[in-house]
Write a protein that binds this ligand. Structure first.
Ligand code: SF4
Length: 367
């Protein structure tokens, strides 16, 4: 049986960060309002470890939030030593930190290697320098390139985090951010469509009608394409959309923007359903059976059955039926005597082709 990935998340709220990016209220995002001590961290790890069975679990300590490698070096070393200790004891398998691209250099990487950090996630946000300037990010795309190169050079797993829909960005700039990020070969990616969070500069700009975030439907279309672009290059997408916490709901800490608790499912439904429509659009037959495993069945049906509704309104087929069958690898479509097997890669490639046909992204932009 494959190991289950279990993360022990430790949030370092705004710690060490000299910046004030316009989208960020780190203390709100992490749900934590004050600094945490080494004792807090050890207690947190111990209490997680008590609940996680050691068998069949790949356990990771992840320092999220803030800019880990910009923290005072002594504190950084204390935090790394804690994680390293649990790794040496065999209680955990990997250690992850997240940070800013301009807080990576050879000295810092020496420290991360000394404490056997396995994954470094970079807050890329955008690869457009004008956008980075407009959101007061305080670094350039060149910093992202340099930091990515240095991290890969140490054989540390590289993560990129990007934010479509930032102030000053556009569909083209967001697609180009994915293009430029892909060229740097991240191993893992998080895609966070920009939200307006309470008590941020973005809230002020939004209330002054100077900035409109993407709406939900628009963002699902764009993020689906970006998702397909990364998948085409075999880059793993580990998160799409912000994780809901008690306060992270529209009307509480989220003022506006494309937030949905099932955001990733909406993206997957879009990719699956549009691709299936593309496969079947020219088929002249009365009866089609779509047989799929549970995961793809849920994606095809979609939230409030919107995926099914889209299939029915787009295909002129009298008898369209669906069968849930976990013996099927992903999806099989039976059309009279023909049996089409679709893998996730087929669907992603098809979706990417559809986007290109619609001139959503040109080949010249892509490579
Ligand atoms: S660098 Fe990170 S923690 Fe600092 S303000 Fe920007 S997003 Fe927030």
């Amino acid at each position: 049986m494959p190991e289950k990935n279990t993360i022990i998340p430790i949030f370092i709220p705004h710690k060490g960060c000299p910046n004030d990016c316009y989208f960020c209220n780190q203390k709100k995002i992490t749900g934590a309002k004050s600094d945490i001590s080494s004792t807090d961290i050890i207690n947190q790890i111990e209490s997680y470890l008590r609940t996680i069975p050691s068998e069949g679990n790949h356990i990771e300590i992840a320092y999220f939030g803030g800019s880990f490698t910009a923290i005072d070096r002594t504190i950084q070393e204390q935090l790394l030593a804690i994680a390293h200790h649990y790794k040496l004891m065999g209680n955990i398998n990997t250690v992850r930190v997240s940070t800013r691209p301009d807080a990576i250099n050879d000295d810092i990487l020496d420290l991360l290697v000394k404490y056997s950090v396995d994954i470094v996630e970079l807050g890329v946000q955008s690869m457009d320098d004008q956008v980075l300037f407009k959101i007061n990010r305080g670094h350039t795309s060149e910093d992202v390139k340099r930091a990515s190169y240095l991290i890969k050079n140490r054989n540390i797993t590289l993560g990129h985090q990007i934010m479509p829909g930032l102030f000053g960005s556009s569909i083209e700039k967001d697609i180009n951010t994915a293009v430029e990020s892909i060229k740097l070969h991240p191993d893992i990616v998080r895609i966070y469509p920009t939200l307006i969070i309470r008590d941020t500069e973005f809230e002020r700009l939004y209330r002054q009608n100077r900035y409109q975030p993407l709406d939900l439907a628009e963002s699902i279309g764009l993020v689906s394409l970006i998702y397909a672009m990364y998948m085409q290059d075999n880059i793993k997408i580990i998160r799409v959309g912000l994780q809901p916490t008690d306060n992270m709901t529209v009307g509480k800490d989220i003022i506006a923007g494309p937030f949905h608790p099932a955001y990733r499912q909406m993206v997957m439904t879009n990719i699956y359903v549009e691709s299936i429509i593309h496969y079947l659009r020219d088929k002249e037959t009365k009866k089609i059976t779509i047989r799929c495993n549970e995961k793809s069945y849920n994606y095809i049906v979609g939230l409030s059955k919107k995926g099914l509704a889209r299939l029915h309104e787009s295909l002129i087929i009298e008898d369209l039926s669906y069968i849930k069958d976990n013996n099927v690898e992903l999806i099989e479509i039976q059309i009279q005597h023909e049996n089409i097997r679709l893998s996730e890669r087929n669907l992603i490639e098809t979706f990417y082709t559809i986007c290109k046909e619609k001139d959503y992204v040109s080949k010249r932009d892509y490579y």
